[in-house]
Design a protein around this ligand. Structure first.
Ligand SMILES: Cc1cc2nc3c(=O)[nH]c(=O)nc-3n(C[C@H](O)[C@H](O)[C@H](O)COP(=O)(O)O)c2cc1C
Ligand SMILES: [Mn+2]
Length: 372
């Protein structure tokens, strides 16, 4: 919902243009030891497809390079596809960076689904109310009117800059490389704005929570279609694994179903998971003690561990290979599925072989006590 009068938009209380729109005046943080300087990590880029006009919103870290410019890292997802359309026209891509908004908008910004879905309308769904939008000063983009700050600018079509290394959500460094260049045109903000100085780094920081929740939601949706619907009980994307491991708790209805679920989890809207673990209905997916107990007592590696080589891997997984001739954003490697549910045969015979040996005063024992 776009509001007509910019006076009703708190984010327009202060409007800075020209030399006053100065990135070096923002309290951007230097977050990990080997980073080359301060970054803005909390900014979400609102952009529009030049052909269809559809909006997209996604996070892009910005290494501050000077008063009017920053790096702008674009992983190969929607924003890159849109940017390539501007490049084909040899035009700069108008961008509005949104800094400091309602958490529903933060989660929507981390969500990925089909190309062409507007994340700001997803945020409206989460809020059960349309996000109030207002037009930018220097482009025809619309941005959240109640944001703390908007940094308006554009991404140059034909220029790159050196960037990184940057301490990332994996807990390691994103390798030094080159990124696109963002040029500032205006900054608008509230009076006394709160700058969201996000530490996007080693677990646990905000991005593990934002992206992890989004991975869980996307996987839930994705797995709900597998085999006409699985008896899914819980899904956890583990922040401590740098978002690269997921735990799927399910009640398999038939032999082989846990493995099917794992394969789907390793080939889903998000590239992050490279390790997927299935656990049974009696385990707590949020308790790593129980996940590890399942991994040893219920896993026969020859039958239950599956490696899938030469698959696409998430950009930030330094353990996987960079595709020859490409930037570190493009990787290939091995994914691993571990079925730590009880073997199917034991559901029919051999009943106690894979059970927890619960103490006889069963009723008074909490599952948590069993593992501590
Ligand atoms: C805090 C945070 C920082 C992020 N930084 C970047 C980044 O610098 N570059 C990037 O391409 N993706 C980054 N991401 C991931 C994307 O924003 C996220 O995957 C988003 O869903 C992609 O949107 P899209 O599918 O519309 O392209 C970050 C995510 C979070 C939560
Ligand atoms: Mn998108």
């Amino acid at each position: 919902m776009t509001i007509d009068d910019a006076k009703d938009a708190p984010v327009k209380e202060v409007i800075l243009t020209g030399e006053d729109a100065d990135l070096t005046k923002l309290p951007a943080m230097w977050t990990s030891e080997e980073d080359p300087g301060p970054y803005i990590a909390s900014g979400m880029a609102v952009i529009k497809d030049p052909e269809t006009g559809t909006r997209n919103m996604s996070y892009h870290r910005q290494q501050i390079l000077g008063p009017d410019r920053s790096g702008f890292l674009i992983c190969p997802r929607h924003a890159l596809r849109t940017y390539q359309k501007y490049q084909e026209r040899n035009e700069a891509m108008p961008v509005a960076m949104v800094v400091g908004v309602h958490p529903a908008i933060l989660y929507a910004g981390g969500f990925t689904t089909r190309y062409g879905i507007d994340e700001l309308s997803l945020a409206g769904g989460l809020l059960e109310d349309p996000v109030r939008l207002v037009k930018c000063e220097t482009s025809d983009l619309e941005v959240p009117a109640d944001a703390e700050m908007i940094i308006e600018g554009e991404i140059l079509p034909d220029a790159m800059t050196e960037e990184g290394p940057f301490g990332e959500v994996t807990g390691g460094y994103a390798e030094e490389g080159s990124t696109e260049i963002f040029v500032v045109k205006a900054i608008t903000h509230r009076k006394d704005p709160i700058f969201y100085g996000m530490h996007s780094g080693a677990p646990m920081t905000d991005p593990q929570s934002i992206t992890g929740t989004c991975v869980e939601a996307a996987l839930f949706e994705h797995l709900s279609k597998v085999e006409g619907g699985l008896d899914l009980l819980d899904i956890r994307c583990l922040g401590v694994s740098g978002l690269m491991a997921v735990v799927i708790k399910l009640r398999p209805r038939i032999a082989g179903q846990a493995k099917t679920a794992l394969l789907a989890a390793l080939s889903s809207p998000y590239l992050h998971p490279k390790l997927a673990i299935a656990i049974d209905e009696d385990m707590d997916a949020s308790d790593l003690n129980q996940v590890f107990w399942s991994l040893t007592t219920r896993v026969h590696a020859e039958q239950d561990v599956t490696k899938i080589d030469n698959t696409r891997i998430w950009s930030l997984d330094n353990a996987s290979d960079i595709v020859p001739g490409m930037s570190p954003m493009y990787r290939i490697g091995t994914k691993v599925a571990i079925d730590a549910t009880k073997p199917w045969s034991t559901r029919i015979e051999d009943k106690t072989r894979f059970d927890r040996a619960m103490p006889t005063n069963y009723d008074s024992v909490d599952i948590e006590d069993f593992f501590t």
